[in-house]
Design a binder for this molecule. Structure first.
Ligand code: ADP
Length: 279
């Protein structure tokens, strides 16, 4: 996998109805990152994804992929091969009768031979643990199985980035863990995984980089613990503290008598270590 890079510089997106969904957005993404785009409803998360896969265009600013401006059919084709979007609702994405046919679409579009398509489909199903479902009817799958098949849908193109729109929105916790496991493995193998969510607990568990969006602007881009212990930032973006951070802060304030919230507690291990150290 080459060193593909996504670069947005001072991008604005204005929809036909005049809604300015993104303003002054400058972001870079590289393969292998696990990023969460976090923001309340309407913050602009889906618009960033639509922009990255070329479904909407910047009204100002520039979008570069691998250093080339994303405009024109050749670059759009590159971007759609290299950046796979997994929609929030599997039903929006799934179109074929069987799982095999469903996942084969992307590879057929790239012009591979029948043998190569079959090889790629089975590889993409393997990565999401859905190989045994290859000949099953899509409409008979459970919600979690459908979600994993939609991930295979994009993996069949061997993308360097996978975007997941609110993957935890309609899944139970066990199915969310499955999706997180797949995303972790993808990132370990050098794929950039960018996940949108308004769920701060989910973001804290998953990401090693947090981007907070508010009203179409990036108001934070950095380490999860810097994002999630900044109550002012969270409040201004319409987000709450993750549960473990709130627990640690309240423990410090109410049990240990701390007057400020200078606690770096972004995971249970860190929290326990901190409590033991400060007792
Ligand atoms: P999020 O994914 O964070 O909920 P969106 O990117 O969907 O945010 O929306 C950002 C803003 O753009 C919202 O004000 C929304 O109403 C508006 N918007 C989104 N899609 C469209 C569209 N197709 N046409 C007009 N306005 C839109």
């Amino acid at each position: 996998m080459g060193e593909h890079r996504i670069q947005l510089s001072d991008v604005a997106v204005r929809y036909d109805n005049g809604c300015e969904a993104l303003r002054g957005v400058s972001l870079e993404f590289t393969p292998g990152e696990k990023v969460c785009l976090v923001g309340e409803n309407g913050a602009g998360k889906s618009t960033i994804f639509s922009l990255l896969v070329g479904l909407v265009k910047p009204s100002s600013g520039t979008y570069l992929f691998d250093g080339s401006k994303v405009s024109g059919s050749k670059m759009l084709k590159t971007v759609r091969k290299e950046i796979g979007l997994v929609f929030q609702e599997p039903e929006v994405q799934l179109v074929a009768n069987t799982v095999f046919d469903e996942v084969s679409y992307g590879a057929i579009n790239l012009g591979y031979s029948d043998d190569e398509v079959a090889h790629r489909v089975m590889g993409a199903l393997e990565k999401t643990g859905t190989s045994p479902l290859a000949q099953q009817a899509v409409h008979r799958l459970s919600g979690g199985q459908k979600k994993r098949v939609t991930i295979s849908d994009v993996l069949v193109c061997d993308p360097s980035f996978v975007l997941m729109d609110e993957p935890n929105a309609s899944l139970d916790p066990e199915r969310v863990s499955e999706v997180l496991g797949i995303a972790d493995t993808l990132a370990e193998n050098g794929v950039g995984v960018i996940v949108s969510t308004h769920d701060v607990d989910f973001a804290l568990e998953f990401a090693n980089r947090i981007i907070i969006l508010s009203k179409g602007r990036v108001c934070f881009d950095g380490e999860p613990h810097d994002a999630f212990r900044n109550r002012e930032l969270l409040r201004s973006a319409g987000l709450r503290e993750p549960f473990v951070v709130e627990f640690a802060r309240r423990y410090a304030e109410e049990v240990l008598g701390y007057e400020d919230d200078t606690i770096s507690a972004c995971d249970i291990d860190g929290l326990l270590e901190w409590i033991v150290k400060t007792r």
